[in-house]
Design a protein around this ligand. Sequence first.
Ligand SMILES: [Zn+2]
Length: 319
Amino acid sequence: MNYVLFDLEWNQCPQGKARENPRIPFEVVEIGAIKLNEKKEEIDTFHEVIRPLVYHKLHFRTREVIHIEQTELDHARTFSPVVRDFLKWCGEDYKFVTWGNLDLIELQRNMDYYRIRNPFPRPLFYYDLQKMFSLLYDDGKSRWSLEDAVEYLHLDKTRPFHRALDDTWYTAEVMKRMDLTEVSRYESIDYFQLPATREEEIFCDFGSYLKYVTRAFETKEEAMADRGVTSMRCCHCGLPVWKRVRWFSVGTSVYLSLVQCPRHGFIKGKIRMKKSLDGRVFVVKTIKEADEDSVRMIREKKESMKNRRKERRRRKKIR
Ligand SMILES: [Zn+2]
C-alpha cells in the first residue's frame, strides 16, 4: 500500500460571501501530491495548476497567500481533466494523507460540483497527519500549522509555504520523522460521504474506544430521539450497561452520558452534533472508558447544568 499525500490551494468568490455559489464556496486552483511507499520513500509526484471556471479572478486574500499569477491560471487546464488524471495517478492501493481534514472535503465537493464520479470507498479512512502530530507531540486536541510543525522538528525551511506541492513536500518530511506505529490506529473518517441509511452507518472499534458516525437528521432533536444515536454499550466487551447519568447537553452541540459495565466499570459517551454540507446534522458518538476524574467531571457538569436550568426557571417566575 502506498501513501498519497496531497494538498490543495483554493480560491473563493472575489466579490465576497454574498455572491458565492453555495455548491462550491472554495474552488480548487492547484493540486500537489507526493506518493510514498510503505517505507515512506518518495516514488512519484503530481502537480498541476487549475483554471477556475466559477470564480475567474483570484480573491485578494488567495492571491496574497498562494502567489499564483493570474496568467498561470488562465493557461492551465480545468478541474475535470486534472482531477481525472490525479485519481488515475493515485493508483489502486493507497491511503490518503493530508494536513488537517479540509482538503479531502474540498476535493470531493469540487468533484461533486463537476459531476466527477466519486470512486472512494465508504467509509473512507485516511491519515489526518495534523491530528496524528498532535497525538504524538501534544495533547491530541491542539492543531498545529504545518509551518509550526516543521519548526518544531527543526526541519530546514528551504521551500516557500502555501503552494500545493511545497506544502505536500513539507507534510512528507514531517511524516517521515513521525513514528506512526503508535498513532496509525487513530485513522480519521471522511465526513463528506455520510451514510445514506441506518444500515450504512459507520462503526469503528479503535481498541480503546468506539466511534459511530450516523446518517444525517433534519434536527438535533430528531437525532437525539433515535435509539441508535443514544444507545450505549461497553467499549471492551460490548455488553449492555447500566445507565448512571443520562444524556445531557453541554453547550449547543455536545452531549455527555455515563454508564457502567458490570465487568469493566464506568464508560462515558460523547455525542457531537455536526453540520452536514446540506445543512442537516449528523452525529459522531464516541464510547470510552471513564477514569475517576472524568466520572467526577461528568457528574459535576450534569449538576451544574441542572442548577442553571433551575435558576433560569426561578428568574422567569420572579419576572
Ligand atoms: Zn464490559
